[in-house]
Ligand binder design. Structure first.
Ligand SMILES: [Fe+2]
Length: 522
């Protein structure tokens, strides 16, 4: 994906074919900050910044003909970024070819110190369902080249849609080898289901210790943590290869936080936690290819949203952290006043999955959806951080999918550092009840370390939960190819993350047939 910095585009062809987009900012980009202006004539303030693209490039949230292009200027990434405390213009280009001979859009954004000199260029007016290449320039410095893809036209008859989902990438736990393999897949999109960073303190015994002096609390500390992760070359390769759609889970802020409640209320006051949440949200936005609609306002960040891919896939990205009731003892799991989605998100989702939708309706979210009993025999032992602790919301959503006849619902899950395949049952306590949806759970990239095929206790889970059809505890990601007739999920795993370079293999493949909830071994 990368390209030599001295590779030059033919200016005449670029100038004639360039389409200026985005109004004023783009017009400025074409003149003062254009890629082909001699360096001496370019904006003087930008000319002196050396090596600002240490965090790579990314793109995300594709629409028909549009996509967000991301970078963040950080010549000193682990020390607050190292940028001067003033706005710096950043030019960008989009081309149909990797060598930028056919530039079809260009413009400029002003990166500001208030947002960590991050850049979120929302490009529109491209062709739907097409591959593009993009890059940024500051002064004489060119960024690496990224590749992206716009979403197909609304309702377009798609032959197939290929995407992977990924979660839980603990930097200290190992190398992001899975991302290196992910970057080499043939995909339209990557979906990240949270635990993009971990907030843990540095431990010198770790393979790749976290930066900093403790858990991040302030905005600068969260920036440095994100920058450490984003400096990883395998992660950069995966971002540069495809557009991503991201949602966060708990570790982007604090383990198992719930709305305004931290993990350890005895040690973090409500006020301190809310300030921490606002800082963590802002750093997350600064480092992700998100649209301005997700720009945090104080402690709030709009993350639940829908992306549509022709007539084939409606991707509903959910936020199960920001609006949830605090985790409660298992005895309170049936309390109908408790929520994991919050009323507004629940209403939005109920409307979004009713009526006319794409053939496949994906619920991309964080925590385990299906019932999961860890205890053998009559005893019931459930996770209180998962949908099992919010039964009214879980069963209500499940029953709604049935009631409105949502076409092919598929729940995607991260969080548990293991791969699962589950039938979503009309009644989880009755194995003979109907299967009404499918849940695919993806393993971690590294979290938990090298992993293994299964734990001894997995036999108990499989016996106690007949709707769970597969458990595997290697590291990796899930590759999916979706067509009108079926969905194939390949569980791609690596055997080792504590040493670099492990090969990838497909541990198992499952197929969901159109109109038949539940995945079957391929
Ligand atoms: Fe995790």
């Amino acid at each position: 994906m990368s390209q030599p910095r001295d590779a030059q585009t033919d200016p005449s062809s670029a100038l004639t074919r360039r389409t200026l987009l985005g109004g004023g900012a783009a017009a400025v980009g074409a003149t003062a900050f254009g890629f082909f202006t001699p360096a001496s004539a370019a904006a003087r303030p930008a000319g002196r910044i050396r090596d600002p693209f240490t965090l790579g490039v990314a793109s995300g949230d594709p629409t028909p003909g549009g996509v967000v292009l991301w970078t963040r200027l950080a010549p000193d990434p682990l020390a607050g970024g190292g940028m001067p405390a003033r706005p710096v213009p950043v030019a960008w280009q989009v081309a149909t070819d990797e060598r930028f001979r056919d530039v079809v859009a260009s413009g400029a954004e002003v990166s500001r110190p208030e947002l960590g000199h991050s850049v979120h260029a929302e490009v529109d007016g491209l062709r739907p369902g097409r591959e593009y290449f993009y890059r940024f320039r500051v002064g004489a410095e060119l960024s690496p080249v990224g590749r992206t893809r716009t979403a197909p036209a609304p309702g377009a008859a798609l032959a197939s849609f290929a995407f992977a989902f990924t979660s839980c990438q603990s930097y200290p736990a190992g190398y992001f080898t899975a991302h290196r393999h992910l970057a080499e897949e043939d995909l339209d999109l990557v979906v990240q289901l949270g635990d993009y960073i971990y907030e843990g303190r540095p431990d010198p015994r770790d393979l790749r210790p976290h930066e900093g002096n403790g858990e991040p609390i302030t905005l600068v500390e969260y920036r440095n943590r994100h920058a450490q992760y984003r400096g990883d070359p395998d992660l950069q390769a995966a971002h540069a290869a495809f557009p991503w759609a991201v949602v966060l889970d708990d570790h982007e802020i604090d383990n198992n936080w719930a709305d305004e409640v931290p993990q350890d209320p005895a040690r973090q006051s409500r006020e301190a936690f809310l300030a921490r949440r606002a800082a963590a949200f802002q750093a997350y936005y600064e480092h992700m290819p998100l649209r301005r609609t997700s720009l945090p306002r104080g402690i709030d960040m709009q993350l639940y949203r829908r992306l549509t891919f022709g007539d084939l896939v409606d991707l509903h990205l959910l936020d199960t952290r920001q609006y949830r009731s605090d985790q409660a003892p298992q005895s309170q799991r049936l309390d109908p006043t408790r929520t994991i989605l919050g009323d507004q998100q629940e209403s939005w989702l109920q409307a979004a999955v009713a009526g006319r939708t794409a053939r496949w309706n994906v619920l991309a979210q964080q925590v385990f959806f299906s019932q999961r009993d860890f205890a053998s025999g009559d005893a019931l032992s459930l996770s209180n951080d998962a949908w099992d602790n919010y039964v009214a919301d879980r069963d209500g959503l499940r029953d709604h999918l049935v009631a409105v006849g949502t076409s092919n619902p598929v729940v995607l899950t991260g969080d548990v550092h293991a791969s699962y395949v589950c039938d979503v049952k009309a009644d989880f306590d009755d194995p003979d009840s109907a299967t009404v949806a499918t849940e695919l759970v993806g393993t971690s990239v590294t979290s938990g370390g090298d992993g293994r095929d299964q734990n001894p206790s997995d036999a108990v889970q499989l016996a106690e939960n007949p709707h769970i059809k597969f458990i595997n505890r290697n590291r990796g990601y899930v590759r999916n190819v979706v067509t009108a007739s079926g969905w194939t999920a390949d569980y791609r795993v690596v055997d080792v993350v504590t040493a670099p370079g492990a090969p990838v293999r497909t541990r198992a493949s499952f197929v969901i047939e159109d109109g038949v909830p539940g995945a079957q071994p391929a």
